[in-house]
Ligand binder design. Structure first.
Ligand SMILES: [Mg+2]
Length: 310
């Protein structure tokens, strides 16, 4: 195997980009859900995400309106991850020449539907075309609420409690096409409970939690009983088809676009349940994710999930 292939994967690429670009003196470290563009108060943050036909979506199977909605929603979810309100978006599309004008308009209508639902202005953009699959790139800028700081993923500490904002798993059955990013919940959490760390679940509970662990320099222990109580009905339906345990689907399916929320141990538990948070476990010293049942360690949780550039 050549040296060029010695280390691939999206995480490896991001590490190399960080070495090249990181450390320019902003307060949000490289690699979080959004980048800080201007320091505050309140700071201005931005996020960009590009999706490509045949990789991130399948235009042969899905309606262009749904594809547009989802392209916008995944970016809005990154705003939720940091308790940032999305304020304006720039859209760049490179359309496959085979698309009809109606297809292109349906794509943009889907983007607008999602932008309107979250009060985000479509500020401008750029369109191109070529004889290759369609690519859609969306940039969103936004700010936390006045007086609030963005919630980063590197603030978790051993002993902190791990919650999820709703049941997870099985989104592939249908939910993944029309995600409902948790912006309002994230803003309420930031206002009321001052989370130590948050991330949105795009690639899977286990892999996204492992990103919080890596950024924060700690590990996590999840209680199987709690994980089971946070299994989405769709995960059970999928499990019946795949033969995998529903717990596996809960931990690894991805595209739930719920939030993983890390809170200090002395957090107001009544407020947590009022806000619909489901407890999963706790942060610990060390590395990696482990599962326990009845208080006893039952093994490692592999942080597997979707990763580009393999
Ligand atoms: Mg994210």
């Amino acid at each position: 195997m050549g040296e060029a292939n010695a280390e691939r994967g999206e995480n490896a690429l991001i590490r190399r980009l960080e070495a090249l670009l990181g450390g320019r003196g902003v307060s949000v470290p490289f690699g979080d859900d959004m980048a800080e563009l201007l320091s505050g108060p309140p700071p201005l943050l931005g996020t960009v995400d590009t999706i490509t036909d045949g990789v991130d979506f399948l235009s042969a199977e899905h309606a262009w309106r749904d594809i547009g909605y989802k392209a916008m929603a995944v970016n809005v979810s990154d705003c939720a991850a940091m308790a940032v309100r999305p304020e304006a978006a720039l859209i760049a599309v490179v359309l496959d020449n085979r698309l009809s004008m109606d297809d292109a308009m349906a794509l943009l209508a889907g983007i607008k539907e999602c932008a309107d639902a979250f009060g985000c202005a479509l500020a401008g953009g750029d369109t191109n075309s070529w004889d290759q699959p369609t690519a859609i790139s969306i940039t969103i800028v936004g700010r936390p609420e006045p007086g609030q700081a963005p919630v980063r993923r590197d603030g978790a500490r051993p002993g902190d409690l791990i919650f999820v904002s709703g049941p997870c798993g099985g989104s592939l059955l249908e939910r993944h096409l029309h995600p409902r990013p948790r912006v309002e919940l994230a803003l309420a959490l930031n206002r009321r409970l001052a989370p130590r760390a948050m991330i949105d679940i795009s690639d899977g509970v286990a892999i996204d939690l492992s990103r919080v662990c890596a950024a924060s320099g700690c590990g996590a222990v999840l209680a199987a009983e709690r994980v089971e109580a946070a299994i989405h009905d769709d995960a059970r339906r999928r499990a019946a088809k795949t033969g995998q345990p529903a717990l596996e689907h809960m931990l690894h399916d991805g595209e739930d676009f719920e939030l993983i929320v890390v809170l200090p141990t002395d957090v107001d538990r009544a407020a947590c349940s009022e806000l619909g948070l489901l407890p999963l476990g706790r942060m610990v010293t060390g590395r990696g994710l482990r599962l326990e049942r009845a208080g006893r360690d039952v093994g490692e949780i592999a942080p597997r999930g979707w990763e580009h550039f393999q």
